[in-house]
Design a protein around this ligand. Structure first.
Ligand SMILES: [Zn+2]
Length: 207
């Protein structure tokens, strides 16, 4: 009797074990199928973004690439090349250099797009350099607003806002309205301090 009970217990265990194993396999299978489906959908999206880029729709391609990047956990290496190249066409050179470098780091010289990636990278770097030069030239410009202007012995300057007339013309829905000049308080001229403040956009005006 005891042996039979043991046997029944044993068989029960085997069955439970087999069932849970079966369930685990089933879950794994479903997970795998779900993953493959995701990969397939992302591949389709990547292909469509690349096509948009190839056809010259760089903005649309950029939007699509970005939405793909948001939805995936790991970025396929080919995507780094295509996104980098598309960024060049949009004039986003820093972004372009960044992603093309990624591709080269990942694939070295042996990747499907290595040669093109190196070419695009050097173009993007050249453009980026030009931009930086422009920026530094811009920064080096000397502007009058940074200095205090000497207004001469009178210490007065004809008000630039109203050209000395003390009134300004404003347009509204009903036509033109004459208003007292907000800069010079009906005087038609500014003191040198006021003039310098006006140049710097710091003159407090009454409206
Ligand atoms: Zn004025």
């Amino acid at each position: 009797m005891k042996r039979i009970l043991t046997l029944i217990f044993f068989l029960g265990c085997v069955q439970t074990f087999a069932q849970s194993q079966y369930e685990k396999d089933k879950i794994k299978e479903l997970e795998l199928a779900r993953q493959m489906d995701r990969t397939r959908k992302i591949t389709i999206q990547i292909d469509s973004a690349i096509r948009l880029s190839d056809e010259g729709h760089y903005e649309a391609a950029d939007l699509k690439f970005r939405s793909i990047l948001k939805s995936i956990k790991s970025v396929p290496s080919d995507l780094t090349y295509h996104f980098g190249k598309n960024s060049f066409y949009l004039g986003k050179y820093r972004q372009s250099v960044d992603w093309l470098n990624k591709y080269i780091q990942l694939k070295g010289t042996q990747g499907q797009y290595s040669e093109q990636a190196i070419e695009w990278l050097s173009k993007a770097e050249a453009e980026l350099m030009k931009e930086r030069e422009k920026e530094s030239k811009h920064a080096a410009q000397v502007l009058s607003g940074d200095y205090y202007i000497d207004c001469g012995p009178t210490g007065k300057v004809v008000c630039p806002t109203c050209k000395g007339s003390a009134v300004v013309v404003k347009k509204n829905y009903f036509g033109e309205v004459y208003k007292t000049c907000p800069s010079c308080h009906k005087l038609g001229y500014l003191t040198c301090d006021e003039y310098n403040k006006l140049l710097k956009g710091k003159l407090v005006t009454s409206d």
